[in-house]
Design a protein around this ligand. Structure first.
Ligand code: ZN
Length: 325
């Protein structure tokens, strides 16, 4: 294999979620050359060591690859310290950038996982050519990336765009962060599961209950989604109610941010029109000035679950230095 000497070298992209840790080698056009995926370790030291050993193995066959970019679920400051992550308990004031730089001997940059996904969509996906858009990830939790004026918005401390954590119902269900009625507690995959359990206990979700082998307490968002995709009316109705809970937050965010487009990513986007159609319907009717303005398109993001590794690798290339901003 002869490398093109004029092409910029690839970089490493790492995506740390509550469930999976992904590492990849990514070229300068956002193309994934090689990828690996494994469960996210529980302890911080193990997360650092796992990243270092995965990078080491990838580097063995890609010795031209340079810097490391990491997208991590949680509140990441400008020096790559993760102060708090509702879905990754290991991250409490965790100096991830410094530790991975020490363990790999490479330049490392870290940002929030949804922020790097938004960067990936901006450079290579549904955000190409746009300067202002909102990316919403609907998965186990709710993540967000805001692109404003062509840049990923980070706020004063790097903690901006935690869009799952604003209160929409003071009497609502408890959020994983410990506050009641945050949007994430109503709009995440967990919330879809909670809706399914409540409906099943009331005897109004027979198809979902059947998929969970008759155990109402064992119902998850996946059961509800699978039943809805098979077309059973009880499950479709639950997804519709969930879509309304998502749309409430989207309308509020659109009033604040005025995005050109809202992109939806994460596992829930696989529900397609079952989710997006009722979401759009409620959203378009309730955004400020609904009758006097053009609709804001709500579209699926383009890069799917590779947005994290691709955006993280792009961040490494853009920064190409151990310290930011
Ligand atoms: Zn919260």
């Amino acid at each position: 294999v002869t490398a093109d000497a004029s092409a910029p070298p690839p970089t490493f992209g790492v995506d740390i979620g509550g469930t999976n840790l992904r590492c990849a080698v990514v070229d300068a056009q956002g193309g994934v050359i090689e990828r690996r995926r494994l469960p996210t370790p529980v302890e911080f030291d193990d997360i650092v060591q796992t990243i270092a050993s995965e990078i080491g193995e990838l580097a063995y066959t890609h010795d031209d690859a340079g810097s490391v970019g990491i997208g991590a679920a949680g509140m990441v400051d400008f020096d790559g310290v993760i102060h708090y992550a509702p879905n990754v308990p290991a991250f409490v004031r965790a100096p991830l950038r410094a530790r991975v730089a020490e363990a790999t001997g490479r330049a490392v940059v870290v940002d929030n996982d949804a922020n790097v996904a938004a960067l990936a969509e901006l450079l290579y996906g549904a955000g190409r050519g746009l300067t202002d858009f909102l990316l919403v990830t609907l998965g186990t939790g709710v993540g967000g990336g805001i692109v404003s004026g062509g840049k990923v918005y980070r706020g004063a401390h790097g903690f901006g765009a935690e869009i799952g954590h604003f209160q929409v119902d003071p009497d609502g269900p408890m959020c994983v962060c410990g506050e009641r009625g945050h949007w994430e507690a109503l709009a995440s995959g967990r919330a879809l599961g909670a809706l399914g359990r409540a409906r099943a206990r009331a005897g109004r979700a027979p198809s979902v209950l059947a998929l969970a082998n008759g155990d109402a307490d064992g119902i998850t968002g996946v059961h509800v989604g699978d039943a809805a995709q098979s077309g059973t009316p009880d499950a479709v109705a639950i997804v519709r109610d969930y879509a309304f809970q998502v749309a409430v937050g989207l309308a509020g965010l659109a009033n604040v941010l005025d995005p050109a487009v809202i992109m939806i990513s994460g596992g829930l986007v696989e529900l397609g029109a079952l989710l997006l159609d009722p979401m759009r319907e409620w959203f378009e009717g309730h955004i400020e000035g609904a009758k006097q303005r053009d609709a804001i398109p709500i579209v699926p993001a383009k890069l799917g679950d590779e947005a994290g590794i691709v955006g993280a690798a792009a961040l490494a290339r853009a920064a190409d230095a151990p310290h930011r901003p």
